[in-house]
Every structure is written in structure tokens, then in C-alpha cells.
Design a binder for this molecule. Sequence first.
Ligand SMILES: Nc1ncnc2c1ncn2[C@@H]1O[C@H](COP(=O)(O)OP(=O)(O)OP(=O)(O)O)[C@@H](O)[C@H]1O
Ligand SMILES: [Mg+2]
Length: 113
Amino acid sequence: MRIAIANRKGGCAKTTSAVYLCMAAWMRGIPVRLYDADPQGSATLWYDLASDDKPLPFDVIPANVRSVSRIPDDCLSVIDCPADGVGGCGRFLGRSCDQSKAFAVLHGALPAQ
Ligand SMILES: Nc1ncnc2c1ncn2[C@@H]1O[C@H](COP(=O)(O)OP(=O)(O)OP(=O)(O)O)[C@@H](O)[C@H]1O
Ligand SMILES: [Mg+2]
């Protein structure tokens, strides 16, 4: 199953939600990978910074608008999408949802929502 964490708005906690969702899955024994489809590489930075102290227990894999169509369906795949204007969130979301068993999670414009 693929879950795209997407919102056209920047700074509304897409990456934070993606990382926390992966951690929640891992804590429940669900195999999970996080795909970093944002050219800013925030999820990758999170992984790198955590590696110095307490490494994330799941892989964070760079993705782009083309490779996102080839994400394997062998485990839970969480896709951290870019905001609009940074690589084109709509294209990532569209390509992610085009896949079978794909789901999109859209959340509020504020982290607290
Ligand atoms: N639940 C929360 N409560 C308070 N602050 C939060 C919460 N979730 C995320 N934040 C903060 O909000 C800011 C933006 O979060 P994040 O980087 O996850 O957003 P984003 O949507 O991925 O941004 P971008 O569009 O740049 O990729 C960060 O400083 C993060 O620490
Ligand atoms: Mg982000």
C-alpha cells in the first residue's frame, strides 16, 4: 500500500506526518519505507540528522516524479510529497494515486489541524 502525504501548501507538516506515520507503523511491526519525493530533501535530512544520535528504524529513499511510479508494493510505502511550486505536488499526488491500492492523505493547513 502506498500513502502519499500531500498538500499544496508548504510548511503544513507533510514531512513530520510522514516520519511519524512511518514510526507508528514500525512500532506496530508493519514493514515500512519512507520515500522522499521533495527536492528539498527534508525527510532525507531528518534521516541523516537522526543517524548521529538515534537512527530511524526504517529506510528513507529519495524519489522523483518519475520513480514515484515504480515504488514497489511489497510493504507500506509512505511518500513525502513536495508543496506546490517545489517539484509540483499535483504531479506527485496524481502519479501516486494512479497506482492500484494507492491512498492520499490530505490534512489541514496548520500542524494542529
Ligand atoms: N504537530 C505539530 N505541532 C507544532 N509544530 C509542528 C507540528 N508538526 C510539524 N510542526 C512544525 O512545522 C514546521 C513544518 O513542518 P514540516 O517540515 O513537516 O512541513 P512540510 O509541510 O513538510 O513543509 P514543506 O512544505 O517545506 O515540505 C516544522 O518546523 C515542524 O517542526
Ligand atoms: Mg516537507
